[in-house]
Design a protein around this ligand. Structure first.
Ligand code: SF4
Length: 312
């Protein structure tokens, strides 16, 4: 009886893992194609922090490379920041086992962050600035053409809200951008992937996760709080994170108020009715209901223009 149940459980686990694998590969392929993230001949540097997200990114890109419509190279780069207790041998061993070229850059940013950031203050902002500079330099030295980061859909939504709540601007985390030193193209192939899917994938693949000891205990961070808020919203109103995420790709400048994006000062009557125009005189329920209840694009299903090759 027990054996039968065990067998059924094992089958179910394999089935679920296959389903998840397909979804992840489809979503990553879709993001790469939609934003033309990887092109023929690219050398893509995957920034591997040792966390679940960057592990998943490398893992998925490695398997996608086998059947991608274009040829590209991968190199994994880890920055050993000299955090106390950092198990320096874990990633090299893992990367050797995966047969991927890699580079470990050793720089003691830990001491710098500890010295400069007062106790109780957020360490990530200085730390990530230092990390970024080092990774850009390494990218130039390795001659890479793209830098791939492991940020996912939830990171992008959190950043959008953080910028609104604390920065007073409508600005998110783009799937593709030019680095702030102007010398590199940065890509986020996990842009369409939900964090919960990456958590499950990391569990299934048993990645050798190395937690960050520098900020791991900083539960009071605004980012952590916003993330909790989004998870709570998602629990109460399933689909809300997707809606917020998809809103970033469906912007209506005429219904915001940035004068650089829309010529409000010269607006004139057009003389004809417009679909999707203003509903200034609708009551709140009518004006809001369609957006809240019927627009349910899911990550990876965003309508876009033509893509180069089939990445899905
Ligand atoms: S998570 Fe850790 S390593 Fe990453 S930016 Fe924050 S402090 Fe630095």
């Amino acid at each position: 009886m027990n054996t039968m149940t065990d067998l059924q459980d094992a089958r179910k686990t394999v089935f679920e893992a296959n389903k998840l694998s397909k979804r992840l590969h489809r979503q990553v392929g879709q993001a790469i194609g939609d934003f033309r993230m990887i092109e023929a001949g690219d050398k893509v540097m995957v920034c591997l922090s040792g966390g679940k997200d960057s592990h998943a990114l490398l893992d998925i890109l490695l398997s996608m490379r086998e059947r991608a419509p274009v040829k590209f190279d991968l190199v994994a780069v880890n920055l050993d920041q000299k955090q106390p207790g950092f198990p320096a041998d874990v990633l090299p061993k893992y990367l050797e086992s995966r047969g991927v070229p890699f580079h470990i850059e050793t720089q003691d940013t830990y001491s710098t962050v500890k010295r400069l950031v007062p106790e109780g203050k957020t360490m990530c902002s200085l730390c990530s600035r230092l990390r970024r500079g080092i990774l850009y330099r390494v990218a130039s030295e390795l001659g890479v053409t793209k830098i791939a980061l492991g940020h996912h859909r939830d990171d992008m939504v959190v950043t959008l809200l953080m910028n609104m709540f604390f920065g007073g601007r409508l600005k998110g985390m783009p799937p593709k951008l030019v680095s702030d030193d102007g010398r590199h193209v940065v890509i986020r192939p996990l842009a369409y992937v939900a964090e919960s899917a990456l958590e499950r994938w990391a569990g299934h693949r048993r990645f050798p996760i190395i937690p960050c000891t520098l900020c791991g205990s900083q539960d009071n961070l605004q980012r952590v709080q916003v993330k909790k808020m989004i998870r709570e919203w998602e629990r109460q109103y399933p689909g809300r994170t997707d809606n917020m995420f998809n809103a970033m790709g469906r912007i209506v400048p005429s219904h915001l108020m940035d004068r650089n994006l829309f010529p409000f000062t010269t607006v004139q009557p057009t003389g004809f009715a417009q679909d999707g125009g203003d509903h200034a005189f609708d009551d709140d329920e009518q004006a809001c209901a369609p957006a809240a209840t019927t627009i349910r694009w899911h990550a990876g299903e965003i309508p876009t223009g033509p893509i180069s090759g089939d990445w899905t």
